[in-house]
Write a protein that binds this ligand. Sequence first.
Ligand code: ADP
Ligand code: MG
Ligand code: ZN
Length: 471
Amino acid sequence: MKATIGLEIHVHLLTDSKLFCSCRTSLMGKEPNENTCPICLGFPGSKPKANKRAIDHGIVLAKALSCSLVPEIRFSRKNYFYPDMPKNFQITQYEVPLAMNGYVMLGNRKIRIRRVHLEEDPAKLIHVGGDITTARYNHIDYNRAGIPLVEIVTEPDLEDTKEARLFLEKLSVILDHLGVYDPTTEGAIRVDANVSIDGGQRVEVKNITGFRNVEKALNYEVVRQKSMANMGIDVSRETRHFDAESGTTSSLRKKETEDDYGYIIEPDLVKIKLHSEWVDKLTESMPELPDHRIERFIEQYSIGRFQAGIIVNTGLQLSLFYEECCNLYKDPKIVVNWIVTYLLKSLNYERLNIKESKVKPETFVELLKLIDEGVISERTAKELIKEYTVSGESPRKIVKEKNLSLMSEDELHKVVSEVIEENPKAVNDYQSGHVKAAEYLIGQVLRKTRARAAVDTVRKLITDMMESKPR
Ligand code: ADP
Ligand code: MG
Ligand code: ZN
C-alpha cells in the first residue's frame, strides 16, 4: 500500500513588527497580551497596513523555491468564529497567493510547491485543565495575533514519512540561509500534514511542531489508515489532532472545505504592485542557497560531498563557522574532519548548537595547531574537545593549566622502561614472534602517560627497546 503526503507549512517570518500593525514581534519577557494594539485586537475602526519587510521575505522565499510571483498582491478575509481571532476573520491570501508553482529538489526527486502566501498568525490558546477537547476553560494570548506567517503548500508529491521529514529539514535550511526566520524560536515552523493511502480519502493532521513529531504523526496515520483499509473500513476525510506525548492522532472534526469560509477580498488593504525594480533588487542580493553552497564547498575546499552536506545542512551558522576556520587554518580537509567527527558529536551530546555554544573559530583552530606543533597528541585533542565545547576556553590555556602537553623524550623513555620491566610476559611474547604483544605495551604506556605521548613515538621506543633487550 502506498502513502501520499502533502504538507502545509507555516513559518514565522523574522520581522521587528507584526504584519499589519507596529506591535513588536519579540515576545521575550513579555506578559501575555502585552504586545497588542487596536489593530491586532480587531477593534472597530482600526485599519491594517502591510509590513514591507514581511513581503520582502515572502518574495525571496518564493524565488528560492522557484515559484512565479503574482504581479499584484492582494489580501483576503477568511471568515470564521473562534476565540483565537478577535476580528472573526483572519487576513490571509486565498484567491491570489503571493507565488505559485515552484519546487524543491530532494536528491533527484522534485517536490512541487503549489503556493506560497502571507497571512497573520492567530492568538495562542492555552487549554487549562485538559487538552483541546477536555479543557475546562482557555486562556487567550493575543501577543501572537498578527505575527507574520508565510504558508507554503506542497503538492501531494511526498511518498513516505521519512521523505516528508527530509523535505522539512531541507526547507528549514533554505529558510535559514535566506535569514527570513529564526530556527531557534520554539514553534517557528508549524505543519499541517495531509496523508492518504492508495487513493483513499485524505486526513489532515493539524498544527504539529517539530519535524520528528511530523514524522511520528504521519507514521501513526499510515498505520491507522492501512489497518482500516485492511479491515475494509473506509477512511473518512477529516481533521485530526496530534498528541505529542502519546504519539497518536485523534479526530477533531469532519473536514470543512475552503468554501465554508466565505472568503472575501480585504477591503481595508490596498493592492500592492510587485514592480520589477523591487523584485530584481531583492533577487540580486539574495544570499547563497544551501545546494549551491554544498557544490562550492566541494570545489573550493576539496572536501567530500557527504561532509559538505553535513556542514551545510546542519545550518547556516555551522557553514559560516567552517569557512572562518578555513581562513585561519591551512587544511580545510582536517577542519571538516574534526568538525564532523568530534565537534558535532560533543555539541550534540551537550544539546548545544554552534551559535549558542562558546565555540569560536579562533579557539577551535588552536586545537588543530597544537597537534601540528607537536604540543599535544591527537588523543589528547579528542578528549580536550569535550571540555572545550562546554567552556569555550582557549585550548592552549587548558593544555598549560592541566599539563596535557606531550612528555619530553627523557620522561617518556623512563615510562617505557618501567612498562617493559613490569610486563615480562608481554615482552617475552613479543620476542618469541607475537608482534601483537607490542600493542598491549603501547596501551600501557598511553595509560600511564594519560595520552601525553604520540602513539608513533611510543611504538618506536618500545620496539627499539625490546629489539635491543637481551632475551
Ligand atoms: P484544502 O483546500 O482542503 O486545504 P488542498 O487541495 O489545498 O486542500 O490541499 C491541501 C494539502 O493537502 C496540500 O498540501 C496537498 O498536497 C495535500 N493533498 C491533496 N490531496 C492529497 C491526497 N490525496 N493525499 C494526501 N495529501 C493530499
Ligand atoms: Mg488548506
Ligand atoms: Zn498590534
